[in-house]
Design a protein around this ligand. Structure first.
Ligand code: NAP
Length: 304
């Protein structure tokens, strides 16, 4: 039994009720899949414009509906993956970004607290300025763009509750519904179409496979049932440093296309400012024995 004032730890021997926001998105779809395959979880997936059964539609900007939904669902954990995650869009529309990334996060936290659930919040390496990698979980954030600032504000909201988990991840790639869902798919498409566009060779990224993040999330939630003190900030990331140009070269090799058609651009790219290298130190999760890192070349074989 749960109530609004007392947290009752759920053991994994009981099934756990998990609510996933953003379950129609790039990461959320993999989270929904990962948890659905584990019979110990009772999953509810939420989406918005793309919601179709089994995913339910709920506008996270509608606070009263969110609170009502959570009250009915009585989850043990709310995995909060929904966000505005495109830095250039965030820069152009800070109000809409703040509404989803910060205000809706507060609504969810309050709803979670009222039923004794905890929040598992996804954040980004863009909370760091990229000047002093690698970044430990307690390194001082200094976001360079509005997206990073809004995600950091969202972190602060959920961390008002000491039960919350924040998992920071860098650029994600995985199965997509449309090419523009991930910058990695955009690079793949450019290489495939042999568009000789300039590829960013300035920023070092650590492309991270969405099924790996979903697996790490499930592993961490299971660990948490064994040790309820596991909370606060965690980092997870792929382990291969790559610029967008490096990724393009990997795709060209994979498809046996000429690499000399690719143009490396070593200048800082235009648009919302981005960190040069915000490598995340993942040792807190590794020390717990939690992890999954699929090689970029392996993903190319599987997905492309
Ligand atoms: N993608 C990356 O490279 C990356 C990197 C670091 C961190 N992250 C973080 O990881 C998380 C997942 O990112 P993602 O790439 O999976 O995002 P995404 O593909 O853009 O998905 C965003 C999700 O948010 C939902 N959403 C948007 N507005 C909503 C609203 N008003 N009410 C309810 N749901 C709404 C969308 O639903 P509909 O599509 O159905 O409208 C969608 O499911 C985010 O927290 C992001 O900040 C992402």
């Amino acid at each position: 039994m749960k109530n609004g004032t007392q947290r009752v730890p759920t053991t994994i021997e009981d099934y756990m009720k998990v609510l996933i926001t953003g379950a129609t998105g790039l990461l959320g779809r993999e989270l929904f899949k990962e948890f659905s395959l584990d019979g110990r979880f009772d999953i509810t997936g939420l989406g918005f414009s793309r919601a179709e059964p089994p995913i339910q539609k709920l506008d996270l900007l509608n606070a009263s509906e969110v609170k009502e939904f959570v009250e009915k669902a009585q989850p043990d954990v709310i995995i909060h993956s929904a966000a505005e995650r495109k830095p250039d869009i965030s820069e152009k529309d800070p109000e809409a970004t703040e509404a989803l990334n910060v205000k809706a996060t507060r609504t969810l936290l309050e709803a979670a607290q009222s039923v004794g659930a905890y929040i598992f919040y996804f954040s980004t390496d863009y909370v760091f300025d990229g000047t002093q990698p690698p970044y430990s979980i307690d390194a001082e954030p200094n976001p360079l763009n509005f997206y990073g600032k809004s995600k950091l504000e969202g972190e602060k909201v959920v961390l008002e509750d000491s039960q919350s988990i924040v998992l920071r991840v860098p650029v994600l790639y995985g199965p997509v519904e449309t090419t523009d869902e991930s910058p990695v798919s955009v690079i793949a498409e450019n290489v495939k179409q042999r568009n000789s566009v300039k590829m960013d060779h300035w920023a070092t990224r650590f492309p991270t496979f969405t099924p790996d993040v979903a697996s790490v999330t499930r592993q961490l939630i299971i660990k948490r049932t064994e040790d309820p003190s596991l909370s606060g900030i965690f980092h997870w990331s792929g382990n291969e440093p790559m610029t967008k140009y490096d990724m393009a070269v990997a795709f060209a090799k994979h498809w046996d296309l000429p690499e000399d058609e690719l143009i490396a651009n070593s200048e800082c790219p235009p648009g919302a400012p981005r960190p040069k290298n915000a490598q995340l130190d993942c040792s807190r999760l590794k020390d717990l024995g939690v992890g999954e890192q699929t090689d970029f070349s392996e993903v190319l074989k599987r997905l492309f």
